[in-house]
Design a protein around this ligand. Structure first.
Ligand code: TXA
Ligand code: MG
Length: 350
């Protein structure tokens, strides 16, 4: 398949290009487009065949449910039932934006979107290009992250082109996905609203609006054998081809530990990298030191994480070391993705 790649300036959106993208979706095709979190690969959520094409293009198991993207708060009532007062408060506080809510599904939503569940995930993105495409198509748009299954989510059009060129009708280059980590997913059907996937809308931000809220125990206790409610959590997540180790502990101790391991591995002829920050980069003795951002700028680290992980594979790194990052605000989501990428390989010193 030929993939058309078009650029859209988010500050000066060309409506003709939006129309072209919407037409592809109306006709059952696939369009990859930017959102504020990561790039998505979109299709008509009501069209069985179009949705099957998403799974094929991603190489993703079809029992993993998809998020349905909508263009207005009112659309919630078309696709969901039993919408609670708390859910309305969250919509008012955070939509449009990087929050996905799980509701009981209405009859318009078929099991092929929900992986057979009776619930549906709905999200109203704030990215203007994404929103205009949904509006123009007048359809709910199913859109998982626009990566091949097993790769990090794409935060730049370049990543989407690497993974999906030849597999979708159109890729829209709308610049960098500003947040860089996938949306917060919260289950609004449980007695106590439960966060299934952490993101830039944090537990604390949600609690400030609706009170009692919890983290999915399957997430909170990474080690424990608890079955996750979000089917996506059970799949092996992106792991770089190299062996990634997260090192936690006091700064000097962690850096010394990493330098010792690096020295040993490099002397054996291995390709080794350290993921570092502006603050500690010059303290590593390693041939490849990749800076992810400033340790105190949690949003910057989140925004660069997937790009840095892709870079490790591009450069065929065999061993990768990173100190842990702050778990404050979006840092919790960053560490969730980083630990998944490391297959929970974590060294705690001291
Ligand atoms: O930021 C995002 O949410 C991006 C952009 C493109 O919008 N999309 C995204 O989609 O990350 P995806 O498919 O990669 O992740 C969707 C997550 C999966 O973990 C899936 O299992 C979960 O949401 N999910 C979807 N429907 C669900 C449901 N009914 N119940 C529980 N979890 C659900
Ligand atoms: Mg994904």
């Amino acid at each position: 398949m030929d993939t058309e790649i078009i650029e859209i300036d988010i500050l000066n959106i060309d409506q003709n290009k939006i129309k072209k993208a919407a037409e592809i979706i109306i006709n059952g095709g696939l369009v990859a487009f930017p959102t504020e979190t990561v790039y998505g690969i979109g299709a008509n959520a009501l069209d069985y065949h179009a949705v099957q094409e998403i799974y094929k293009a991603k190489g993703r198991p079809s029992d993993n449910p998809l998020i349905v993207h909508i263009a207005s708060n009112e659309d919630v009532y078309k696709y969901a039932v039993n919408v609670s007062r708390k859910a309305i408060l969250l919509m008012e506080a955070f939509w449009p934006g990087p929050l996905t809510m799980i509701f009981d599904k209405s009859d318009r939503i078929s099991a092929f979107i929900t992986g057979g569940l009776d619930t549906v995930a709905l999200r109203l993105p704030s990215n203007e290009i994404a929103r205009r495409i949904i509006e123009e198509s007048k359809l709910p748009i199913a859109a998982p992250s626009a990566n091949r299954s097993g790769r990090p989510s794409p935060t730049r059009a370049k990543h989407v082109i690497e993974d999906l060129a030849g597999r979708v009708e159109m890729i829209i280059d709308g610049g960098k996905a500003t947040i860089g980590l996938e949306s917060t997913v919260i289950d609004m059907t449980s007695k106590i609203p439960t966060i299934l996937r952490p993101g830039s809308i944090t537990l604390e931000m949600i609690q400030a609006v609706i009170g009692e809220t919890m983290m999915d125990p399957a997430f909170a206790m990474v080690e424990a054998k608890v079955t996750p409610k979000s089917p996506g959590m059970k799949y092996k997540h992106y792991a770089p081809k190299g062996h990634l180790t997260i090192v936690e502990g006091e700064e000097k101790q962690a850096i010394d530990w990493i330098n010792e391991r690096v020295g040993q591995l490099e002397s054996e002829g291995h390709l080794v990298a350290v993921i570092a920050t502006d603050e500690d980069a010059n303290q590593y003795r390693c041939k490849t030191v990749t800076i992810i951002g400033s340790r105190v700028n949690h949003a910057e680290i989140a925004g660069n994480l997937f790009k840095v992980l892709r870079l490790m594979d591009e450069n065929h790194l065999e061993y990768i070391f990173s100190r842990g990052f702050s778990e404050e605000d979006i840092g919790k989501a960053t560490m969730n993705r980083l630990l998944k990428a490391a297959g929970n390989q974590r060294v705690s010193l001291g």
